[in-house]
Design a protein around this ligand. Structure first.
Ligand code: VG1
Ligand code: CO
Length: 543
């Protein structure tokens, strides 16, 4: 087997977004497109000779082909060993877990997360650092810069490897270990949660449905919930990862997890429902006829964290992304914990977790996690909820209502306008930026603006500054409207509008969020001239 140095020319726009490089499969299938990006990753790193790389993906279309290419390139570039998930499967949190456990140099995750898969859908690639988390901005910028000047890449001339047999093999001088994708992750979960108590819960007749959405969590959920915790067979639905996710969006929200939602809001609903996304880092939590917003979920988990053995000593702090509701802040205040507000994207939590400044983190976009890994973790959140349910012996809605009664309710909703013309979206953001100073201090439709700005974040650990992370209009009663453009889409632009209002009075905790937020929703449309600028009279997705 010999190493080839192949000549190549750069592709424009190999720029990682909120979470790696995401493009249509057809873009990745262009000659050298994947190779250029992988070589740009390796060229941006130092000191990996002889070290370990973790490699796996969510099983979507092009996953296996990409893994074969990356294995040969890792060998040619001098990695000592690659740990690759059987069948090319590893969830994002499992990659993070395995990097940390085996002290790997880093990892590569192949996924476009919640975006659809298939020949005409999306693919993605993301590099994770030795701490287990997504590469920080300095690294992703270096990768992008490299991709714009790349002229050659290295690859081993070798036959494809069998990814389906667990065991050790070699690719030139590099060791390749095909590993059980679930084992290390399941072992970690067993150390954080009281599996005995959860087993007893299921043995007592507690019923759950977990929708893996034909994505990566199928094998994880089946092993952990059904095999280890004794949930009845069939608890996990859509449990086989498919290259096209069965034609659906593997996005765990009220719109895309429709089968689960129908069951949880129908007659004879199970006690607990949950779903995860393409790569297993997101979660949606449902009770019987009840939806828990991700922001509330983070707040409830933080408030009850000490019930799980892994967090019995208490939390060091809580961190949430800026657009996430302020419900977790109220818990932090009550517990006397520091609370951090970071830009959107899990990479911003890494330093806080490494420095021991935060233990739980979350995003409104169905992301929850802790310092056990450096990614958000869908099944972790589900197990954390199961542990609470086993301890509190109350239904999901009862737990959340009691939480609101104690802390107040942060009504919250996100309105997405997908596939908007990119120039119109840029224009809308520019319009908002131009008006920030004008709106400050003004009363708009009866809401008085306390502060209007473009969110900038200074990392408290390394002092790095990230600017232009979203427009915030904050009102004197703590209500907020936030606008930002998605960094994960592959078609046109997606405008996200986040709306939040606090309600202290328990007598008013039973409203529909869209009704409770109606005044702010109208104002959000007016301030950004959404209909005029995008031609859209309603959002595509409301969560
Ligand atoms: C979205 C979410 C963000 C999340 C990111 C990656 O980003 O809003 O909170 O971190 O997806 O999640 P954006 O830029 O489209 O708003 V995942 O599960 O796709 O890795
Ligand atoms: Co994801």
């Amino acid at each position: 087997m010999s190493v080839s140095i192949r000549q190549t020319t750069p592709y424009e726009g190999q720029k990682p977004g909120t979470s790696g490089l995401r493009k249509k499969v057809s873009v990745f299938q262009q000659p050298n497109y994947l190779e250029n990006f992988v070589q740009s990753i390796f060229d941006s790193l130092e000191g990996f000779q002889g070290q370990t790389l973790v490699l796996g993906g969510d099983g979507r279309y092009f996953n296996r082909e990409a893994i074969q290419v990356i294995l040969k390139m890792a060998a040619a570039n001098g990695f000592g060993r690659v740990l690759v998930g059987q069948g090319g499967i590893l969830s994002t949190p499992a990659v993070s877990c395995i990097i940390r456990k085996y002290r790997a140099f880093g990892g590569i995750v192949l996924s476009a997360s919640h975006n659809p898969g298939g020949p005409s859908e999306d693919f993605g690639i993301k590099y994770n650092i030795s701490a287990g988390g997504p590469a920080p901005e300095a690294v992703t910028e270096a990768i992008h810069a490299r991709s714009q000047v790349i002229s050659q890449y290295k690859i081993l001339e070798a036959a494809d490897l069998d990814l389906d047999q667990i065991g050790a093999t070699r690719l030139g001088a590099m060791a390749v270990e095909v590993i059980d994708p679930v084992a290390d992750y399941a072992e970690l979960m067993g150390r954080l949660f009281d599996f005995e108590k959860i087993r007893a819960l299921f043995a007592g007749g507690f019923r759950m449905r977990f929708d893996a959405m034909h994505a990566v969590t199928g094998p994880y959920a089946t092993r952990i919930l059904e095999d280890l915790l004794g949930a009845p067979k069939g608890t996990v639905i859509h449990g086989t990862p498919l290259p096209d996710f069965g034609g659906g969006h593997p996005d765990p929200n009220l719109v895309h997890a429709h089968d689960l939602v129908a069951e949880m809001f129908g007659a004879n609903a199970p006690d607990f429902g949950a779903a995860s996304d393409g790569d297993g880092d997101r979660n949606m939590i449902l009770g019987r006829g009840f939806y828990v917003t991700p922001s509330d979920s983070l707040a409830v988990l933080a408030a009850n964290a000490t019930l799980a053995p892994g967090y019995a000593a208490g939390l060091k702090g809580i961190a949430r992304s800026m657009p996430t509701s302020q419900a977790p802040d109220r818990v932090a205040r009550a517990l006397g914990l520091p609370c951090f507000e970071t830009p959107t994207g899990w990479k911003f939590f890494g330093n806080l977790l490494d420095a021991g400044m935060a233990t739980f983190c979350g995003e409104e976009s169905f992301g929850t996690g802790s310092d056990h890994v450096r990614e958000k973790d869908g099944l972790w959140a589900v197990l954390m909820w199961l542990n609470l349910l086993a301890e509190l012996k109350r239904p999901v809605d009862g737990i959340v209502r009691a939480h609101w009664a104690r802390y107040g309710r942060n009504y919250y909703s996100r309105h997405d306008y997908e596939g908007v013309d990119s120039r119109a979206a840029e224009g809308l953001m520019a319009h908002l930026r131009a008006h920030l100073a004008v709106w400050s201090g003004q009363s708009l439709n009866g809401f008085t603006v306390a502060q209007a700005d473009d969110f900038a974040y200074t990392d408290p650990v390394d002092g790095s500054i990230s600017r232009k992370q979203g427009i915030r209009v904050i009102f004197t009663d703590g209500s907020r409207i936030v606008y930002r453009l998605s960094g994960t889409g592959t078609e046109g632009a997606t405008l996200r509008v986040y709306i939040e209002r606090f309600e202290a009075d328990p007598a008013r905790h039973d409203q529909d969020p869209q009704t409770a937020l109606a005044g702010l929703i109208t104002l959000a449309g007016q301030l950004a001239e959404i209909e005029h600028r995008t031609g859209r009279s309603a959002p595509t997705v409301i969560t």
